[in-house]
Design a binder for this molecule. Structure first.
Ligand code: AMP
Length: 292
């Protein structure tokens, strides 16, 4: 028997919320800690890095794989969102995951949910402007996952910085008692932030997509050289991005990393956040401006 077979046998696949809940109850009774990594699947090295981190933080790792329909708007990519359960199962098994929780839509939403969790103060800006209702969908599904899995820790990627801010606030406002851990952005060798949606990009669009990271590097370079004026930084960032004829810049902003308030001058908590459309693909990226 090969090692892969051994590793994947160790990982349990659970599709029922009740079974997931029972599993968590048994682990809690045995005194085991659980870390949760919520995902929509089609794993790349970024997801796998979150899974390994989860393994360092708790006795047991649960990864949820659910393409959550209520966080997609009309006309967004729900139907064509990339999926490959077999490959995901192998990759999770090799990354030390104990349970892959893969509920169906009917399992998660047996009736259309009448309840939503909203954090409008953080959700209605930035990505929320072009994706109304998106973060309500994210908060609602993450809240359900917290109740079903009952983790002590949940790991989220810093790539989705607004999601992270919204979930931190939701979790603390509602006393979930889940420690929210941010994991740094994992990038391709040319700097493009890894994303399941990168698979949509044509060769030309893929080459253009590097401009996001390039503009971040330019901004950090200027800040390191003493530039503190946000307006001047953003004008440089825009130049690096809009030089390409196949990019539409949705936003480039400098905000406080915690409360997402726009800033006029760079400080220790300044985050540069970007969203663009390249062809039909929407990509986001961000970085702290002063972090080493
Ligand atoms: P997704 O499957 O795209 O919903 O992502 C699941 C989790 O992985 C989220 O917490 C994301 O922020 C995180 N993630 C996705 N891509 C990356 C990346 N390139 N680096 C770090 N975390 C990521």
């Amino acid at each position: 028997m090969g090692t892969n077979a051994l590793i994947s046998i160790r990982m349990e696949i659970i599709t029922s919320s009740q079974q997931m809940h029972d599993w968590s109850g048994r682990q809690a009774a045995a005194g085991k800690t659980v870390a949760l990594v919520p995902t929509m699947g089609y794993f790349h090295a970024g997801h796998l890095s979150l899974m390994r981190r989860a393994g360092e933080l708790a006795d047991l790792v649960v990864v949820s794989l659910f393409v959550n329909p209520i966080q997609f708007g009309p006309g967004e990519d729900l139907a064509r969102y990339p999926r490959d359960l077999e490959r995901d199962r192998d990759l999770a098994g090799e990354s030390g995951v104990d349970v892959l929780f893969v509920p169906s839509v009917a399992e998660m939403y047996p009736v259309p949910p009448a309840t939503r969790i909203s954090v409008p103060v953080l959700a209605d800006r930035l990505c929320g402007r072009s994706r109304p209702g998106h973060f309500d969908g994210v908060c609602t599904v993450v809240g359900k996952l917290f109740n079903v899995v009952r983790p002590g820790t949940a790991i989220f990627g810093a790539k989705d910085f607004q999601q992270l801010a919204v979930i931190r606030r939701m979790s603390s406002d509602l006393n979930w008692g889940v420690e929210i851990v941010a994991h740094p952005i994992v990038r391709e060798s040319d700097g493009l932030a890894m994303s399941s949606r990168n698979s949509y990009l044509s060769e030309k669009d893929r080459a253009t997509a590097v401009c996001l990271h390039r503009s971040i590097c330019r901004a950090r370079e200027l800040v390191a050289a003493g530039e503190g004026e946000v307006a001047r930084l953003l004008s440089e960032v825009e130049k690096v991005i809009t030089i390409h004829d196949n990019v539409c810049l949705e936003y480039a902003v400098v905000v406080d990393a915690v409360d997402l308030e726009p800033q006029l001058r760079v400080g220790g908590d300044s985050l540069l956040a970007l969203a663009v459309r390249i062809g039909a693909t929407r990509l986001i990226d961000n970085a702290m401006l002063l972090e080493s």
